[in-house]
Design a protein around this ligand. Structure first.
Ligand SMILES: Cc1cc2nc3c(=O)[nH]c(=O)nc-3n(C[C@H](O)[C@H](O)[C@H](O)COP(=O)(O)OP(=O)(O)OC[C@H]3O[C@@H](n4cnc5c(N)ncnc54)[C@H](O)[C@@H]3O)c2cc1C
Length: 438
């Protein structure tokens, strides 16, 4: 009998390590121990940001001040990425040395009972963190050769001349940025119309302009009904009957929670495994954290949830996490998009009265040599001046927005925010300016 069984070795490992350090008898079940660390480490955050870092260097090199033009060596990038992931996985395995690691597919089959490798294990508490998988629309024949998911991109040994990307969510936009900055001709296909529907309209427009400047061809209102690999390339057929051939199609149409782990009828599954504000499922002492509960698909959110649940189990009575305080971002290039708290779209939808302050980056000399002329920052406060959120489009927006995230967590108002004096010349000055203008 275990104190806690964690199923899924993605960000769940963070909770399992803390529980074991606190003297709990812990098992961590992961279906592939080579994938300990989950999607974030092996197929998501870490490799994708490494790829984006190098493609941005290539982009930066195409500049009249810098002589010459760099090229990505995909083979070496692939090898370096693999070496990095292997060494981090080793470190992680070492950190998990106080945990019983079990390789196999776990399923909660009855209260407090987990089936794995034909055996039934029991635990007082169970934490499911089984992640999510690519959603591939009907009619698209994914083969990870020329019709690929984001996993396929991270395994490419050479760049195609052209690529079509289906989907304009975080992965679609990031991959479009990667390929375009690396010199690949990108056609970005949107089933509907519009980018970043919840963002401030000026930011959505600026993201579109940035993509166009990178040479990305945007096809909107173009649902794909069929995509098939042929000798002539990938044959993509749209809903209106028209079709094109492309050397490669990347399918980035979202991810779905992995819910098969919840094989006990007391655990209700909706879009993901249903949980309350403390990530407890409909069965007491059984929790679901991260992508599998369908709340947010971000590694830092999954980690915070795993730690929060573990603190509850340890009896430390943590506060409920406010998921609105999670920084969300899309690492487009050269400027990325980040938001925290409420966005313009959410404020409008929820009918919240607020004041907004928008500052454009073109008034800062720093923007000239940072490809940030079209960047902007918007802060929102309520009628009493309390900070509601912010949106940023700037180089490294996900870092800049940390200040607002802390202000939100500290329930600061605009007067307190105005007391901050930030470094010059930086983009953080623009954020300071948004508060100053309120
Ligand atoms: C291309 C890409 C880029 C991304 N970039 C970012 C980023 O920059 N920042 C960010 O915050 N997020 C990013 N994400 C999202 C992030 O990777 C996920 O939100 C995060 O990995 C979720 O963590 P998790 O622990 O819930 O699930 P996962 O990381 O998916 O881990 C789940 C683990 O459970 C295992 N498993 C599944 N079912 C079972 C079972 N029944 N029994 C045993 N084991 C099982 C899986 O093998 C896996 O190892 C990205 C995702 C992708 C695809």
């Amino acid at each position: 009998m275990y104190d806690i069984i964690y199923i899924g070795g993605g960000l769940n490992y963070a909770g399992a390590i803390v529980a074991a350090k606190n003297g709990k008898k812990v098992a961590l079940i992961e279906k592939d121990m080579n994938q300990l660390g989950g999607v974030c480490l092996h197929k998501g955050c870490i490799p994708s940001k490494m790829f984006l870092h190098y493609s941005n260097v290539v982009y930066e090199s195409k500049n009249e001040i810098l002589k010459g033009s760099l090229q990505l060596d995909m083979n070496t990038l692939f090898e370096k990425k693999d070496a990095l992931l292997k060494s981090v996985t080793k470190v992680l395995q070492k950190q998990c040395s106080h945990i019983e690691l079990i390789e196999g597919e776990g399923k909660v089959v009855a209260p407090h009972k987990v089936n794995v490798n034909g055996e039934t294990l029991e635990a007082e508490y169970i934490v499911m963190g089984t992640g999510s998988h690519h959603f591939v629309p009907d009619g698209i024949e994914l083969n990870e050769k020329d019709i690929i998911s984001s996993d396929g991109v991270l395994n490419l040994k050479e760049l195609p001349k052209k690529v079509a990307i289906y989907g304009v969510g975080a992965i679609g936009l990031e991959m479009a940025s990667f390929f375009a900055t690396a010199g690949v001709e990108v056609t970005l296909i949107n089933r509907k119309e519009g980018l970043l529907p919840k963002a401030h309209a000026s930011i959505s427009l600026a993201v579109r302009t940035q993509l166009e400047k990178l040479g990305v061809i945007l096809l909107e209102n173009h649902p794909i009904i069929k995509a098939k690999s042929t000798q002539k390339g990938v044959h993509i057929t749209f809903e209106d009957g028209k079709s094109i051939y492309m050397p490669m199609l990347l399918v980035a149409t979202g991810r779905k929670p992995n819910v098969d782990v919840a094989a006990c009828e007391d655990i209700v599954v909706e879009r993901g495994i249903k949980t309350d504000a403390f990530f407890e499922t409909t069965l007491a002492q059984h929790y679901a954290i991260g992508d599998c509960n369908g709340k947010l698909q971000l590694a830092h959110a999954a980690r915070a949830q795993a730690l929060n649940v573990t603190q509850q189990i340890l009896g430390n009575d943590p506060r409920a996490l406010n998921l609105e305080h999670v920084v969300k971002f899309i690492h487009t290039l050269p400027m990325s998009y980040a938001e925290v708290g409420k966005t313009k779209g959410q404020l409008e939808k929820e009918g919240i009265a607020c004041k907004e302050s928008l500052v454009t980056l073109n008034q800062f000399t720093y923007s000239v040599y940072n490809h940030a002329g079209k960047g902007l920052m918007v802060s929102y406060v309520d009628e009493e001046g309390f900070i509601l959120g912010a949106e940023i489009l700037a180089p490294n927006a996900e870092e800049l927005i940390a200040m607002v995230a802390m202000s939100l967590a500290g329930e600061m108002d605009k007067e307190q925010a105005k007391r901050t004096i930030l470094a010059h010349p930086t983009f953080s000055e623009a954020l300071e300016r948004t508060f100053y203008k309120l």
